[in-house]
Design a protein around this ligand. Sequence first.
Ligand code: CDP
Ligand code: CDP
Length: 210
Amino acid sequence: MTQRLVIAIDGPSASGKGTLAKRLAAHFGLPHLDTGMLYRAVGWIAAQTGEPPAKVAARLTLADLADPHLRSDEAGQEGSKVAVMPEVRANLLKFQKEFSSQGSGAVLDGRDIGTVICPDAPVKLFVTASPEARAVRRYQELRGRGVDTIKPRVLAEMAERDRRDSERAAAPLRAAPDAWLLDTSEMDADAAFAAALAFIERKGFRSSGP
Ligand code: CDP
Ligand code: CDP
């Protein structure tokens, strides 16, 4: 029997983990879950409706992740605020565990995939990049979407979110002890994909597709 391929990808904002996760999922023909979207949706819906975030988390479905506004930095900040709440995290756990246990495997990216959601994943990647490189990427992304902002503001907001994500008591952003560290500061998305794929193939996993 071939081993199920679960790829757990963690890292800070704009490290490139989402782009890498999507490409690896396409390469290996696996479903991908961007778990940041779950927190963004909970934070955003709770802010709009005034409902307790834990209650929103308990009834969240895939359909709630479709709102384009969830990609905004505002929703990212709301997401990181509700992500400090242990009850919110607990209520999102089952959804993520079920997603990772289906079929021949899955790719999940977030902050606590290798440490909490999929501690037994055969492949764990921790993607990092310098705060400056990450701020430049986010700035370019925002400008590309027509958002009027300045680099120092993007850097400051990113530092605030980094701090909240790594200093919180509930599942702080940490590399799992058995995670492979990939620093993408000097790499474009193609180079990061090539490096990650080489690492996964060294572990004996190959794409079964054409
Ligand atoms: O795309 P970006 O990296 O900026 O953020 P995201 O992955 O969409 O995550 C939004 C927020 O959700 C983060 O700042 C974290 O606080 C939280 N999050 C989390 O706590 N655990 C996860 N597995 C994923 C996201
Ligand atoms: O998911 P996360 O917030 O970690 O980052 P992302 O949304 O995957 O990537 C943020 C931006 O960095 C995107 O515009 C990517 O094209 C770019 N990028 C990358 O993904 N990987 C690199 N090694 C370099 C840049």
